[in-house]
Design a protein around this ligand. Structure first.
Ligand code: DGL
Length: 260
């Protein structure tokens, strides 16, 4: 079974992409809604929460973990790999690979939470492969709460996005990495504001494709031809008014969220 965790509901964009690409692999999701957001917390706290989440998924049968959160991926991946003897897949490297392939002019923008941007992990990984590229990063701390509130079409969200994207637009980026698993839900607002010619890199799709390649070369997890993706289990540490609404929006069907 594939175990996926996020600080909240954003990681469901990854779960959905995995479900679509690999429908025959049973999946278990944990959204730590009670402690979201992670993006404004210290590395120590994010690591502690990530260890709790991984332990829960392993105790419930997961054999491989996807950290469906850029914030946790940036600061907790090494520690999780030391602590747990199972494959741990993070969301940053697959998005970096796609951004490098897609960028024509070598001008890449990154948006993410404060913790992700502060970690500098995207710049480090891109410049390690392409030292001549220019990477411009902007922290967008207001976007996660707006998504968690379900404000994905409001005027206020559009105004805030315009403000966040302004400097990246001025830098004439040709590729923009959505460095937070909540942001694919705002794609339809980001694209017209950053410009139609800018390629958006959605880390949920990037990680699902990466996982597909990974699974092809291993034998720990095998597909189950009779598996029905609607039987995948979705756990959350809290349920708020908008949780059910956003989950249904991501999956295009009602999701039975189980509180723990
Ligand atoms: N989904 C998380 C990420 O990808 C952000 C949410 C949070 O700040 O907890 O970074």
């Amino acid at each position: 079974m594939i175990g996926i965790f996020d600080s909240g509901i954003g990681g469901m964009t990854v779960a959905r992409a995995v479900e679509q690409l690999l429908p025959n692999y049973p999946l278990l999701y944990l959204g730590d809604i009670a402690r979201t957001p992670y993006g404004c917390k210290s590395a120590r706290t994010i690591i502690e929460y990530s260890i709790n989440n991984t332990r829960f998924l392993l105790e419930n049968g997961a054999k491989l973990i996807i950290i469906a959160c850029n914030t946790a991926s940036s600061v907790a991946t090494d520690r999780l790999r030391q602590e747990f003897n199972v494959p741990i897949i993070e969301v940053i490297s697959p998005a970096v690979e796609q951004a490098i392939v897609c960028s024509q002019k070598g001008r890449i923008g990154i948006i993410g939470t404060r913790a992700t941007i502060r970690s500098g992990v995207y710049e480090t990984k891109i410049l390690a492969q392409q030292p001549e590229y220019m990477v411009f990063s902007t922290a967008c701390p207001l976007l996660v709460p707006l998504v968690e509130e379900g404000w994905i079409a409001k005027r206020e969200t559009k105004m805030i996005l315009r403000r966040y994207l302004h400097s990246l637009k001025e830098r004439q980026i040709d590729t923009l990495v959505l460095g937070c698993t909540h942001y694919p839900l705002l794609k339809h607002l980001i694209q017209p504001r950053i410009g139609r010619k800018v390629t958006l890199i959605d880390s949920s799709v990037a990680v699902a494709e990466y996982l597909q390649n990974y699974l092809a070369g291993q034998t720990v997890l095998t597909p189950d031809g009779s598996h029905d993706p609607t039987r995948n289990r979705y756990f959350v540490t809290d349920i708020t008014e908008s949780t059910q609404f956003i989950a249904a929006k991501i999956f295009h069907r009602p999701i039975d969220l189980q509180p723990i």
